[in-house]
Ligand binder design. Structure first.
Ligand code: NAD
Length: 297
């Protein structure tokens, strides 16, 4: 692996974390998003991340200064990718947006650039033919709060070059991840293959008003000594992504329509987009589930 320059496309919930973590580990990172206004928001979020890195990783001011020196910001895709050894795509979980993105990217990226998608629910083989370089394309999937939940799942499609796969495994390690290679293409990788059915079951209880989100979380947390219940996890994932997944599934599964509609009315429209927005199912920075009283009888 001989990467120096990495481009991260999309600076939302996951993209800005991937960019910062990569820059923190010494790579030059070009952050690409649709306009300068969104990029300014990402920059502001980088300053918030500094506190997390200081608190959780004992990061020094010098390390954080170097991280900022490694970051550059672009709203022009050709410029953002012109030197990239690797592009990590973290644009919204929407097949149409990703399709358009890969069509544009394949026109402007240098031949050497490897492409990695951070999609949580789609497969690299869905997009491989749009990339113009299927053998240099695979999935590199991170978890939210990347600096502490530092694992990366690496999953190629049948035509991904073995060296490309191995290089991306090495890259993941180089940015401080526990690398989890996946040997067969699997929707949801390892984590989401387990997590998504669990979260869907929890949201079904909520949509049917079997109980409220706090009681459902309590049932899970108390039984397993878990610090998080399903609705706290949904807030961490971000309600935007949850809504997009529900919308995608509703196209083929009408049972998902009530969830999609309820999320839209109660969370998307009023802007309650989860932990990073300060409000989702819970209010932040002090959600009730984190208080000592939450699990008291
Ligand atoms: P998000 O909606 O928070 O952010 C998406 C970003 O992409 C936004 O900044 C948006 O402006 C930008 N964008 C939109 N169109 C674009 C385009 N054409 N080119 C470049 N940027 C564009 O989404 P997210 O939650 O960060 O998810 C991004 C990807 O990461 C998805 O594929 C998702 O499945 C995956 N992912 C998300 C999580 C999570 O917990 N949120 C975890 C793992 C993986």
């Amino acid at each position: 692996m001989n990467f120096k320059n990495v481009t991260v496309a999309g600076s939302g919930v996951l993209g800005y974390q991937i960019a910062f973590q990569t820059a923190f580990h010494g790579f030059k990172v070009s952050v690409y998003d649709i306009n300068n206004e969104v990029l300014a928001k990402a920059k502001a979020k980088f300053y918030e991340l500094c506190e997390c890195y200081k608190q959780d990783l004992n990061a020094t001011q010098e390390q954080l200064d170097n991280t900022f020196n490694n970051l550059s910001y672009h709203s022009n895709l050709a410029e953002a990718v012109k030197d990239a050894d690797l592009l990590v795509e973290a644009v919204p979980e929407d097949a149409n947006i990703k399709t358009e993105f890969y069509k544009q990217l394949s026109q402007v990226a240098p031949e050497k650039t490897l492409f990695a998608t951070n999609t949580s629910t789609m497969l690299p083989s869905h997009f491989k033919d749009l990339t113009g370089r299927p053998e240099k394309f695979l999935a590199l999937h991170f978890s939210n709060k990347i600096w502490t939940f530092n694992m990366a799942e690496i999953m190629g499609h049948a035509g991904t070059d073995k060296k490309v796969f191995d290089d991306v495994v090495e890259f993941a390690k180089a940015i401080g991840m526990m690398a989890l290679p996946i040997y067969k293409e699997q929707p949801g990788h390892l984590l989401n293959s387990m997590l998504v059915p669990f979260l869907i079951s929890a949201t079904e209880l909520w949509v049917k008003e079997v109980s409220d989100h706090e009681m459902i979380d309590r049932a899970w947390m108390k039984s397993f000594g878990s610090p998080l219940g399903p609705f706290a996890i949904l807030d961490i994932i971000g309600i935007n992504t949850v809504y997009n997944v529900a919308k995608l599934n509703a196209e083929t599964n009408p049972n998902m329509t009530p969830l999609m509609e309820k999320l839209d009315a109660e969370f998307i429209k009023p802007g309650h987009l989860g932990m990073f927005a300060g409000k989702g199912f819970y209010s932040y920075p002090n959600p009730t589930y984190a208080s000592e009283d939450f699990l008291k009888s």
